[in-house]
Ligand binder design. Structure first.
Ligand code: FMN
Length: 367
């Protein structure tokens, strides 16, 4: 079985197998961003089989949150909480990667107490989206520094790496997107200029790792290959961007897509599998983590013929023992749905349980 094989990243961090738990916001932290006991149990329980757990996205500064009760990494007071989180994951046996993020225009004034920020003053194309204010040149520099400081906190907390959340329409993606980035200074313009902000964040983080890490510490980058918006990120843009990320010699690229075998979201005629196009462009310069709708051992093994690593989201919420069952040949015992009758045994924090059982169609919920 391929999924049980270890994998060593460029930084020297060895993942004990090829399956990662995908980052998932569970809205179960305290209001100030400190983790809760329920959250620690949720992570510890799910860290006992998979090689790596990537946490829910953690906010890098005061303007970063996109959800209430999300994990904070915005100041040194959060370091004890982050330490508990890293330890809960590592005590299960998995490597711990902190996903760090800034929601940009995907936030709101009610949550932040002030107007959200972005690359430009263009609201997202969604109901009730607020118009953000463009970050000033000075704020861009401090935001880059805030990503680096959040990384330092992750290092001090004992994490094994960070993942930059450059996907799902948040701030890093907003700078790369021609929809949200209409800047005419050095941070906007052609596709190369639109890469400048995420690449500057990567540089700052690499410097931070070189300065503070005393053990292998990984940097990964998550991205969404395309946007529906017009103008929006195209696959051509993305292939240029991932080449630039490969040149930065980071540890891995993590695709964000809902179906592993998905074709283009911009052009229904273009059914070429996005993950395959990305893998072909990157070659062996860095590993790709594939994701999206993987539930069974067969699907995971098949995905691993295309990319070296996979992450599981839904599957790990529905069954904390996915990996152990898969490894021991009990794949028929893996829960293929969220069973209400098993609520007590799944260690799903109540806010997450409420969220995923109330949004129709998000999870397959059964009695
Ligand atoms: C409850 C939930 C919360 C999520 N939160 C995040 C997040 O914080 N960061 C992120 O990069 N992706 C997030 N995602 C997306 C997942 O990481 C994953 O890409 C997606 O669910 C598809 O994989 P799956 O079919 O295995 O679940 C979230 C998904 C779910 C279900």
């Amino acid at each position: 079985m391929k999924f049980t094989q270890p994998f060593t990243l460029r930084s020297g961090l060895t993942l004990k197998n090829r399956v990662l738990m995908a980052p998932m916001t569970i809205s179960s932290s305290q209001a100030n961003g400190d983790v809760t006991e329920e959250e620690l149990m949720y992570y510890n329980r799910r860290a006992r089989g998979v090689g790596t757990v990537i946490t829910a996205c953690a906010s890098i500064n005061e303007l970063a949150p996109g959800f209430t009760h999300s994990i904070g990494a915005e100041c040194d007071e959060r370091i004890p909480s982050l330490t508990r989180l890293a330890q809960a994951i590592q005590a299960g046996g998995a490597s711990a990667i902190l996903q760090i993020f800034h929601a940009g225009r995907m936030s709101n004034a009610t949550l932040l107490g002030t107007q959200p920020v972005s690359a430009s003053n263009i609201p997202a194309l969604r109901p009730n989206a607020e118009t953000p204010r463009p970050l000033t040149l000075a704020e861009i520099e401090t935001t880059i520094a805030d990503f680096a400081q959040a990384t330092r906190r992750a290092i001090e907390a004992g994490f094994d790496g960070i993942e930059l959340h450059g996907a799902n329409t948040y701030l890093l993606q907003q700078f790369f997107s021609p929809h949200s980035n209409r800047r005419t200074d050095q941070w906007g313009g052609d596709v190369k200029a639109r890469m400048a902000f995420p690449l500057a964040v990567v540089d700052a983080i690499k410097e931070t790792i070189a300065k503070y890490a005393t053990k292998p510490f990984a940097i990964g980058y998550r991205f969404s290959p395309e946007e529906r918006e017009e103008p929006g990120i195209t696959m051509d843009d993305t292939l240029l961007f991932i080449n630039a990320l490969a040149d930065k010699e980071i540890d891995y690229l993590h695709v964000s897509i809902n179906q592993f075998h998905a074709g283009s979201m911009r052009d229904a005629q273009d059914t070429r599998v996005r993950i395959q196009l990305i893998q072909e462009a990157v070659g062996d310069r860095m590993p790709i983590i594939g994701v999206g709708g993987l539930q069974t051992v067969e699907q995971v093994e098949e995905a691993l013929t295309l990319v070296p690593l996979v992450s599981l989201g839904h599957a790990m919420i529905m069954d904390p023992e996915w990996y152990q069952k898969a490894e021991s040949g009990q794949q028929d015992k893996i829960y293929p749905a969220l069973y209400r009758s098993k609520e007590k045994e799944l260690d799903i924090p109540p806010p997450l349980w409420t969220m995923i059982t109330n949004v129709p169609g998000w999870f397959k919920v059964e009695s």
